[in-house]
Ligand binder design. Structure first.
Ligand code: MG
Length: 235
């Protein structure tokens, strides 16, 4: 059997190892209820996504930027008349997100332990607020199984080149596993590595992308329970 050069596996965290986007959706429901007198649900959602898109370059990914974008949207749709009480409710909703207990996804622990036991170097690679990601990793109980943790502002080819050179044998001998085609899979394929898509039930509008066509290093799995078979087959 042909041996693969795969030595290092990167795991995304949010919506790959633990639930995340579902909390954003629940908070958006609460946000819509708070502003129901001023904006219909669809219009509010559209304005919120537009604000998040505008602000991404300023605030980066994560709950803090999301909270600021909700406030900005509330000011916009109420034409500046939003009350201090409603702003207070939005801030409270954001703080509550930052205190939510971490809920691991099915198969997450087994996939990480299995990849470690199979002798691969493991790197956790995630975007988001530094403090919040560190908190979630600590609560997840998975931190000790990773050789390295990289909390980054963007997931680009250059970022994967750098991370897999630092912690592995270069991107071409690496694999990235994650729920976002746009952030986890496409730039890793561009860097010459394996890109493994494991979809989550819901995808944030700003992470939407089409699956790559005709790339021999692209794989899609129904869930993380199938990862051990994939890496065994590549061996
Ligand atoms: Mg993710």
């Amino acid at each position: 059997m042909r041996r693969t050069a795969l030595t290092t596996i990167g795991f995304d965290a949010d919506d790959t190892l633990w639930h995340n986007e579902s909390a954003f959706r629940l908070t958006q429901e609460r946000f819509a209820a708070l502003l129901a007198d001023h904006a219909g649900r669809d219009h509010l959602e559209e304005r919120l996504i537009a604000a998040e898109r505008r602000n991404l370059g300023h605030y980066g990914f994560g709950v803090k930027g999301f909270t600021l974008s909700m406030i900005e949207t509330a000011v916009e749709v109420t034409k500046g008349r939003v009350s201090g009480a409603v702003i207070g409710e939005i801030l409270a909703a954001g703080r509550e997100m930052l205190a939510l207990p971490v809920a691991l996804l099915p198969h997450a622990e087994k996939a990480v332990l299995g990849a470690r036991a199979a002798g691969f170097r493991l790197v956790l690679i995630t975007k988001g607020d530094l403090l919040d990601q560190e908190r979630k990793l600590a609560q997840s109980g998975l931190g000790d199984h990773f050789n390295a943790v990289e909390i980054v502002s963007h997931k680009t080819k250059a970022v994967y080149d750098r991370i897999f050179a630092r912690h592995g044998d270069g991107a071409s001998q690496g694999m990235m596993v994650g729920n976002s085609l746009k952030s986890d899979v496409l730039p890793m394929l561009e860097a010459g590595g394996w890109g493994v898509h494991v979809p989550y039930a819901v995808t944030w509008a700003l992470e939407a992308a089409d699956a790559p066509a005709g790339n021999a290093r692209f794989r899609a799995l129904a869930h993380l329970g199938d990862l051990s078979r994939l890496i065994e087959n590549l061996r």
